[in-house]
Design a protein around this ligand. Structure first.
Ligand SMILES: NC(=O)c1ccc[n+]([C@@H]2O[C@H](COP(=O)([O-])OP(=O)(O)OC[C@H]3O[C@@H](n4cnc5c(N)ncnc54)[C@H](OP(=O)(O)O)[C@@H]3O)[C@@H](O)[C@H]2O)c1
Length: 306
């Protein structure tokens, strides 16, 4: 297997960290994305010393901020002129009450949908330079639990619950992954594949640092210890990232143990897919055209039309 350049978001813990560890062990260049500098450095050092692979690098961005996503993509391109595998792994379930970011967007929709959408768009040119590129979007079986989409209320101002927001964001992530395949083909980039996965319930930090309400908090704490280990949760992402078996496979939904799974297409139509795609494009559009010169989480200095 040829050495690949692999970028994994949310690789400082849980499934992302185990994905990074396994891919570093295979000898690839692994770029670990995190939001906390000290934690990300520690994870890099841990993986380097454990695997003996010194090609473990890091990038920082708070994925709640689209300006940070833009900055991260620019930083990646300063160091690398090619990307072989992008794993949009980072994700989160938020608090029981709706919250917005400094950029005015609902947090769940940003971190689980808009951030991976924007990062992928911004990195498509370097993915195109790979002889055989792969995009892996980490979704969830919770895509079946978000309820009926309301395209007049993408920001969930009228019907927010943390489970609905998360479920819809993960459903839309599947739809935009499908749409991306069409876009990629139209751009003549047939060598870039897009697949999406659900890791099943895995014993990580997922959902433990938000207040989802008494009962939901309790369920998370009770169920997590009996679920998959992070290594098991990472198995399918690792497989999709590097296995020759899936080199040409695109548009598929995988579950645990590298097995194909079934998307709930109750609300799916090509038209709805396009509505979600256009929404993501509209919201992230300004960040595709600007240059973020610096960001410290509070202040973003930009050139362009933001
Ligand atoms: N665990 C499950 O049962 C389960 C089931 C289905 C799907 N999933 C999906 O699997 C993926 C990985 O989840 P996990 O279980 O490994 O969860 P986790 O242990 O909570 O790890 C999530 C990762 O995402 C990062 N992250 C979260 N919010 C971020 C933000 N605003 N900016 C930058 N990074 C951020 C975290 O960074 P920090 O280390 O700084 O917190 C961490 O590295 C997610 O997409 C999740 O939705 C998980």
């Amino acid at each position: 297997m040829k050495s690949k350049i692999i970028l994994i978001t949310g690789a400082t813990g849980g499934i992302g960290k185990e994905t990074a560890r396994a891919l570093a062990r295979q000898g690839h260049t692994v770029v670990i994305h995190g939001r906390n500098k000290v934690k990300t450095q520690q994870v890099c050092e841990e993986i380097k010393s454990e695997t003996g692979n010194i090609k473990v690098d890091m990038l920082l961005a708070d994925l709640l901020l689209l300006s940070d996503v833009k900055y991260m993509a620019d930083e990646f391109k300063k160091k690398y002129d090619r990307l072989d595998v992008l794993i949009n792994n980072a994700g989160a379930m938020m608090n029981k009450n709706r919250e917005t970011t400094k950029e005015g967007l609902e947090k769940t929709i940003v971190v689980n949908l808009l951030a991976p959408f924007l990062l992928t768009e911004l990195l498509l040119d370097v993915l195109a330079k790979s002889p055989s590129a792969r995009i892996i979007n980490v979704s969830s079986e919770m895509h079946k639990r978000g309820g009926k989409p309301d395209f007049k209320d993408f920001q969930l101002e009228n019907s927010y619950s943390c489970a609905r927001a998360y479920g819809l964001a993960k459903l839309y992530l599947i739809w935009i992954s499908r749409h991306l395949i069409t876009e990629i083909k139209e751009k003549g980039l047939g060598h870039v594949t897009v697949n999406f996965v659900h890791p099943a319930t895995t014993n990580t930090n997922f959902g433990l640092d938000s207040d989802k309400g008494f009962l939901a908090n309790l369920i998370f704490r009770v169920v997590m210890p009996f679920s998959l280990t992070p290594e098991q949760g990472a198995e399918t992402s690792i497989y999709l990232a590097t296995s020759d078996e899936v080199e040409k496979v695109t548009g598929q939904y995988y579950g645990t143990k590298k097995k194909l799974a079934k998307v709930d297409d109750k609300y799916y139509s090509a038209e709805n897919e396009k509505i979600v795609w256009d929404y993501c494009k509209q919201i992230t559009g300004p960040y595709l055209d600007i240059k973020v010169l610096a960001t410290d989480g509070n202040l973003t200095i930009t050139e362009g039309i933001l």
